[in-house]
Design a protein around this ligand. Structure first.
Ligand code: HEC
Length: 202
């Protein structure tokens, strides 16, 4: 060490050896610089489905479809939506469907943008829980609300309907003013055990 040349500066008598950086360190440094643009282009270059968030979304959707196989194809009607409104884990699936497909028009919290506010008590096309699924399946307002029956699994329609129903009364801030008519309260979801029993029976 003491053989190494010294740098030509000294501060208060403190000198510094002019040791070169080890070769492996320099090459590692250069390698990270070479690696970075490829990494950036791959993960952040705008290609669909490569970011960690997208991958997570894809894995979650796949897992959900596996579970769909277990529960079979649901009926998108009032009784089924009411039943799933009471199951938090499925409402979360509905939330992810909503986040993926609906927030561009209905807002992140359902407060409404092009589409109506889903967090108040007034609806244009909905009187019952089943109507929510109907609107989602068939669209409304001459296509201003697109039809989703060919894009979403019938179970996804049920889950996202349950989620939309759960937004009612949250009165998200900055929302669109109420449109349509005030409608009767949703039916109470059946208690959780009952839902499980029914599943075992069928
Ligand atoms: C392209 C914009 C757009 C997208 C995307 C969209 N909606 Fe809509 N939605 C609308 C419009 C506009 C209406 C109001 C239709 C009308 O005037 O009758 C509406 C109405 C609705 C209604 C009925 C509300 C009422 O007051 O009657 C529900 C429920 C709904 N949308 C749910 C969804 C869900 C769930 C998704 C995602 C799967 C979704 N929407 C995606 C634009 C959209």
């Amino acid at each position: 060490m003491s053989e190494a040349p010294k740098t030509d500066h000294a501060y208060d008598g403190i000198e510094e050896y002019d040791n070169p950086l080890p070769g492996w360190w320099k090459w590692l440094f250069i390698a990270t610089i070479v690696f970075a643009p490829f990494y950036w282009v791959y993960y952040h270059g705008g290609a669909e489905g490569r970011s960690v968030e997208d991958q997570f979304g894809i894995a979650l959707a796949e897992n959900t479809r596996l579970q769909f196989a277990e529960i079979g194809d649901l009926q998108p009607d009032t009784a089924t939506v009411a039943k799933f409104m009471g199951k938090d884990s499925w409402v979360k699936v509905g939330k992810s469907v909503f986040r993926a497909n609906c927030i561009s028009c209905h807002g992140r919290e359902g407060e409404g943008k092009v589409g109506p506010n889903l967090t108040d008590d007034s609806y244009k096309n909905v009187k019952t829980l089943g109507d929510i699924a109907k609107v989602i399946n068939n669209g409304a307002g001459n296509g201003a609300m697109p039809k989703w029956s060919h894009r979403l699994h019938v179970n996804e329609v049920v889950m996202v309907s349950a989620f939309v129903a759960s937004l009612r009364g949250t009165n998200a801030e900055g929302g669109r003013p109420p449109e349509g008519n005030k409608i009767a309260a949703w039916p109470e979801p059946p208690p959780e055990e009952e839902v499980e029993d029914e599943k075992e029976k069928s």
